[in-house]
Ligand binder design. Structure first.
Ligand SMILES: NC(=O)c1ccc[n+]([C@@H]2O[C@H](COP(=O)([O-])OP(=O)(O)OC[C@H]3O[C@@H](n4cnc5c(N)ncnc54)[C@H](O)[C@@H]3O)[C@@H](O)[C@H]2O)c1
Length: 354
């Protein structure tokens, strides 16, 4: 029986409630498919920060290096600045393992109410592919006259041809793998950002030329925000920079019913390093500890993890089980208008797995 080593970082807030549910589902599907998961738990995050002044210890990344995948809950604490939590844990892992493709599917499942009028299950089915290692989140910059009246902050975006080309190519390859609309939409802002986004546009066009049977479209990020609302059914694969992809994927998460349904993968498509799987949402301090957080985004992230590990059938089975629970509509957390607890929703998914 093959055993996969999974590094588990529940993190903060609701992260500690959803990750155990994801593990339960993985254990059950593992038994069905004759594989097992050796979980290595790491208690990094805000508690670690309060005790040691760091979100994770020195050498943390080295501890993760040998695992097959990383399963993350969320990080963020109301008493710690968000840039400290993000830069202290999430971003260093994404960069150290060159997880340059952040994949965020947006699927409106049957039985789920979209906030958009007239959309029913199956109408929305697209993926946001976000560049995950450079762009606007490259952390290049600094302060001058810090904390003084004349304070100046400089934050520089970094766009490389290599970084842009590989994420755009990943998006085209994904459109082919999905075998759906075979359409890639590029998100740009070259009308106002005359250097970085011009390089982005040029690179998109040159990669597109290699994929003649894939339809393309280029949208300014503001127009894209509007069209995610106006015509979400027209999208298949959407590729954007770190910042644009981050923002647009919150819109795509909410139009399919809830942040609690949006999974994500941080992939090193070349498989040199472990990839990381996590829900799109954060630590949701407003509902943490109440037992009502929707675990489905995490469970669907586990399904993406299995797909990446070559267990595609097992991954699809989890997605089908989650979709069946949603379609029945009997067991759902308050974000979807229900009264069930986190654990009850996971129980229902486990039930469907048989
Ligand atoms: N990847 C990450 O770890 C990540 C991502 C985003 C935000 N954050 C951090 O999380 C903290 C809170 O951020 P925020 O409030 O802007 O975003 P959030 O995603 O945590 O919450 C936004 C809203 O959605 C609701 N929500 C989120 N996930 C839900 C779920 N699974 N089920 C039901 N409702 C859910 C929350 O209750 C809240 O009302 C901040 O510290 C932020 O920096 C972390």
């Amino acid at each position: 029986m093959k055993t996969f080593t999974i590094a588990v970082i529940p993190g903060d807030g609701v992260g500690t409630e959803i990750i155990p549910q994801g593990k339960r589902v993985l254990e059950k599907i593992g038994r069905k498919h004759d594989v097992s998961f050796a979980f290595q738990d790491f208690e990094w995050g805000s508690k670690h920060f309060f005790r040691w002044g760091k979100m994770m210890p020195d050498g943390a990344v080295d501890l993760l290096q040998s695992c097959d995948a990383i399963f993350l809950g969320a990080v963020g604490h109301p008493e710690i600045p968000d840039h400290t939590t993000l830069n202290g844990l999430l971003l260093p892992i994404r960069r150290a393992f060159d997880q340059y493709a952040n994949v965020r599917p947006a699927v409106l499942y049957p039985g789920v109410q979209s906030p958009l009028a007239g959309r029913k299950g199956g109408d929305i089915d697209f993926v946001v592919v976000r560049e995950n290692t450079e762009g606007e989140y490259a952390q290049v910059g600094g302060f001058v006259y810090q904390h003084q009246q004349e304070e100046v902050a400089i934050q520089t975006s970094v766009f490389t041809r290599r970084g842009t080309e590989r994420i755009v190519r990943f998006a085209f390859e994904l459109a082919i793998k999905r075998g759906k609309k075979k359409r890639v939409t590029s998100i740009t802002k070259s009308n106002a950002q005359g250097y970085s986004m011009v390089l982005w546009d040029r690179t998109f066009q040159s990669v597109a030329a290699e994929f003649q049977d894939v339809e393309t479209e280029s949208l300014l990020v503001d127009a894209a925000a509007m069209n995610f609302i106006r015509r979400p059914e027209s999208f298949d694969v959407v590729v954007g920079s770190n910042l644009f992809g981050d923002i647009l994927s919150d819109i795509s998460a909410i139009i399919v019913g809830s942040m609690g349904l949006a999974p994500s993968a941080n992939l090193d498509p070349q498989r040199r390093f472990p990839s990381m799987f996590e829900p799109v949402h954060g630590s949701a301090p407003d509902i943490a500890g109440k037992g009502v957080v929707n675990p489905l985004a995490t469970i669907l992230s586990a399904s993406m993890m299995l797909d990446h590990l070559g267990l595609e059938d097992a991954g699809r089975e989890i997605e089908r089980a989650a979709a069946a629970v949603l379609e029945e509509g009997k067991v759902r957390t308050p974000d979807l208008g229900g009264k069930s607890s986190t654990e009850e929703v996971s129980d229902a998914v486990l039930d469907k797995l048989g």
